[in-house]
Design a protein around this ligand. Structure first.
Ligand SMILES: Nc1ncnc2c1ncn2[C@@H]1O[C@H](COP(=O)(O)OP(=O)(O)OP(=O)(O)O)[C@@H](O)[C@H]1O
Length: 545
């Protein structure tokens, strides 16, 4: 049976696995030795042992010390190893995600799958620790069994037989629990996606009772679907516990009541057998109670690796782009940017095309102020994602001063642009702008009418909980601070008051053009179309003028 959890430890924690496992097994064996020695000590008089009690006590203390030291070592190592392993996986996921293509990230963000990451990683960290305890329990179980084999081979044979018969059932249940946990986790992702919708759309939901009721019904349904497999898992866990406890006590009854009846000479050994068999009970219960958690962690690791494989696949297409030298792209320049026969399409889950953008033939000259206009859904934002190299064209080429931009030069191409999307995101810090001049930020805050609303301190804005229009102005400032040759503004004026809108079109945009920035603006404000050097009109994904 393939264990994703063991695979995970082997792959991610490298060298540390062997000493950790040895220490854990040693601690189990040492604990077994301690229990056996206590038994031997208790019965030494009746058994007429030649070993003195002081020798027994010495070995007992050595066993006890070994147990404490090795357990402590194993737990410390396991903690470090699992944290290191998770840190590696998280780092890898984040790094690869940064290389993945935008379309993949847009789809995953909508599915709510990323929200399970934190839950899954915590589960794995806890399970590694519990799994090692399980291993220790097995070692303790083995030590007690060896003692039993020595003292009472008949009892040992009976115990072994029962376990050989019981283990396939427990392992079968374990595999079922792993599969059901994965199913439950996937459904939980759907629940959290809708829950996220509820939080983001809370205002709308709160206003409208039928909508709130319908949403609640769907949330309840998704929660029920996510928890249905868990009910099975818990029922099976209870069954397993009762089964393992049940067979244990049936075994005990057989050893204490039945066998001495059938085999009269066994009457003398009953007491010792009872003590030894009872010492098996602790590790057995620990094992049975840990199995469900291990099953959940197995499923979590499988989920993490599946997500990583997907991100990897999404990043592979963009791999060549990362060969570009980040230093070389500090001050990119150009005279003409062009799209030649560039097209792109969105598909649905069945792979059917839902919207086609292009083919586009378009040229932007340095220093131009260009407006992209067109109705809702005509493909303006999609064109911008193609123009900025965020979507890879299905056909056609990007041209920089007449030269084709290969995949390995696409990151350099992207460095040409700073952009404010309609669905912009304001990050906590100005990442990558460590040397920004605070006076420049202050000047922009004043220009944008935000000086009394927020300040720039220690690389971040002191207040970002602003009105929609103000947040957009802040996003505009961040784009300006990036100081790129091309500035793209997607409906930035849409949420602004008339006075600011006038300043935006009549003063800010011409000001940018005067300082040499190429400006591309998506706009529905036809009253200001005269500000543009050129209009690009889109309809149904095609440039029509
Ligand atoms: N990530 C996406 N996945 C699938 N389809 C998309 C995606 N983004 C946009 N679309 C679809 O592509 C079409 C063009 O969308 P786009 O956002 O480019 O239009 P737009 O002209 O910018 O619209 P608006 O003026 O409303 O912002 C729409 O039909 C939209 O449903």
């Amino acid at each position: 049976m393939k264990s994703h959890l063991l695979d995970f430890l082997r792959r991610e924690s490298g060298q540390r696995r062997a000493p950790m496992l040895v220490a854990m097994v040693l601690s189990g064996l040492a604990e077994g030795l301690v229990i056996v020695l206590a038994n031997v000590g208790a019965n030494s008089a009746s058994e007429g042992l030649t070993l003195t009690r002081s020798v027994l006590l010495t070995v007992y203390l050595i066993g006890l010390t070994t147990w404490v030291v090795s357990l402590r070592r194993a737990l410390k190592q396991s903690f470090t190893a699992s944290e290191q392993a998770l840190e590696r996986v998280k780092t890898r996921l984040a790094t690869r995600l940064l290389q993945a293509d935008l379309l993949y990230v847009e789809r995953q963000a909508a599915s709510g799958r990323f929200s399970l990451l934190s839950q899954d990683t915590r589960l794995v960290a806890d399970a590694v620790m519990r799994g090692l305890y399980c291993l220790q329990s097995l070692a303790l179980f083995a030590a007690s069994s060896v003692y039993m084999l020595w003292k009472d081979p008949v009892a040992f044979g009976l115990v072994a037989l029962v376990f050989v018969l019981a283990i396939p059932k427990l392992m079968h249940n374990y595999q079922q629990a792993t599969a059901e946990t994965r199913l439950s986790a996937e459904r939980e992702g759907r629940f959290f996606a809708l829950f996220g919708d509820l939080v983001r759309g809370f205002k709308e939901v709160k206003l409208h009772r039928p909508r709130s009721d319908a949403l609640q019904a769907e949330l309840v349904e998704r929660a029920r679907a996510a928890h249905a497999p868990r009910h099975h898992i818990h029922r099976r866990t209870v069954d397993d516990l009762q089964f393992s406890n049940g067979i244990f006590y049936v075994l005990l009854a057989a050893l204490v009541f039945l066998l001495p009846e059938i085999w009269s000479s066994r009457g003398d050994t009953v007491e010792q057998t009872l003590t030894t068999v009872l010492s098996l009970m602790g590790p057995l219960t620990a094992f049975a109670t840990t199995l469900p958690m291990l099953a959940r962690a197995e499923a979590a690791v499988a989920g993490l690796y599946a997500l990583e494989a997907e991100i990897d696949a999404a990043a592979q297409d963009c791999e060549a782009e990362d060969d570009s030298d980040p230093q070389a792209s500090d001050t990119p320049t150009f005279e003409r940017l062009a799209l030649q026969g560039v097209s792109f399409h969105y598909t649905d889950d069945a792979g059917d095309v839902t919207f086609c953008s292009g083919p586009h033939d378009l040229e932007i000259r340095r220093g131009e102020l260009v407006f992209i206009v067109g109705g809702n859904g005509s493909g303006k934002s999609t064109l911008l994602k193609l123009l900025t190299g965020l979507y890879a064209p299905v056909t056609g080429e990007l041209l920089l001063d007449g030269q084709i931009v290969d995949a390995d030069a696409r990151q350099d191409w992207r460095e040409l642009f700073s952009i404010v999307f309609t669905d912009f995101h304001l990050f906590e810090r100005l990442h990558g702008l460590d040397n920004v001049d605070p006076r420049e930020v202050k000047r922009w805050l004043a220009v944008m009418g935000l000086a009394h609303k927020t300040r720039f301190r220690n690389g971040r804005f002191t207040q970002t909980s602003l009105s929609t229009g103000q947040r957009k102005r802040l996003a505009f400032i961040v784009a300006m601070l990036r100081d790129k040759p091309v500035c793209i503004l997607d409906e930035v004026a849409a949420d602004q008051d008339p006075e600011f809108r006038r300043r935006f079109y009549r003063e800010l945009l011409p000001g940018l053009r005067e300082r040499g920035t190429t400006v591309i603006v998506v706009s529905h404000d036809d009253a200001y179309f005269d500000c543009a050097d050129r209009l690009i009109r889109l309809q149904d994904g095609r440039i029509v003028a």
